[in-house]
Design a binder for this molecule. Structure first.
Ligand code: HEM
Length: 223
């Protein structure tokens, strides 16, 4: 079996890269939640990350590869699947499927668009001049990430962009958090029901925790 060309091989690669991306999303969420502990907490977290120096670039390269593999094969498999289904349109199979499963490619593309915007917003800092390096003084020689995030989400349209994208992330995870277990052959029959339930509960936890950040700032609970 060729991992990069066979359907099964590409599904396995999607499951493994998806799992590693969930790992990133988990660490990123935990780091971002430190905003609820105040400016010092999130700024200290960001400082530790930046102090990793060269490792940050290794991490960025790995992330780029993971996203590239996950997105390329996701779109490829979706297009192949669609072409195969339209060929045997005479046999209309009604497979049991959920809204989140059916919309994986679309929620995935929304997350991709969000990610490009997110990098321009917080990493390159070009979409919101108020938080650019020239307008926000450094704190102890480091980025004031707390002010960057708070000043951003106090703007309704930025908070709304994030909340919509995070709803797409929730839907994507609702299916993704359980489908990798099945793809890797680690759950069958009755145990799949439990995996599905755990996956959905985890997706709700991730979704609510991420959305709480722009929402609490917009409501001026965090300021
Ligand atoms: C409320 C939601 C989020 C907040 C507040 C947030 C915040 C941030 C901040 C402040 C940075 C810049 C860190 C720094 O340079 O010190 C960052 C970078 C990043 N975020 Fe997020 N993020 C959120 C959601 C997400 C999501 C859902 C994803 C993935 C789908 C994501 C992926 C990334 C990536 C890949 C980087 C670049 C890391 C790097 O510069 O190496 N973020 N985020």
């Amino acid at each position: 079996m060729n991992l990069f060309t066979s359907t099964v091989g590409r599904k396995i690669l999607m499951a493994v890269t998806g799992l590693l991306l969930i790992g990133f999303i988990t660490v990123h969420l935990l780091g971002n939640l430190s905003i609820f502990w105040g400016a010092d907490a999130i700024n200290a977290y960001a400082k530790h990350l930046h102090d990793l120096g060269l490792l940050v670039w290794v991490f960025r390269l790995v992330m780029l590869c993971l996203f590239a593999i996950h997105i390329t094969f996701g779109v490829q498999l979706y297009l192949e699947n669609r072409a195969a289904n339209s060929e045997d349109y005479a046999i209309q199979k009604t497979l049991v499927t959920t809204f989140s499963a059916k919309t994986m490619v679309f929620t995935g593309l929304i997350i991709l668009a969000f990610l490009l915007y997110h990098l321009l917003h917080f990493t390159v800092q070009v979409t919101n001049p108020a938080i650019s390096a020239t307008n926000l003084p450094l704190v102890d020689g480091h980025l004031d990430v707390f002010s960057m995030v708070v000043l951003s989400f106090q703007k309704v349209f930025i908070a709304v962009i994030y909340i919509v994208a995070l709803i797409a992330l929730f839907l994507h995870l609702s299916h993704g958090l359980q489908s990798w277990v099945q793809t890797l052959g680690w759950s069958t029959g009755p145990s799949q029901d439990k995996v599905t339930a755990v996956g959905k509960i985890l997706a709700i936890v991730y979704g609510l925790a991420y959305i709480a950040i722009p929402l609490f700032i917009l409501a001026r609970i965090v300021k």
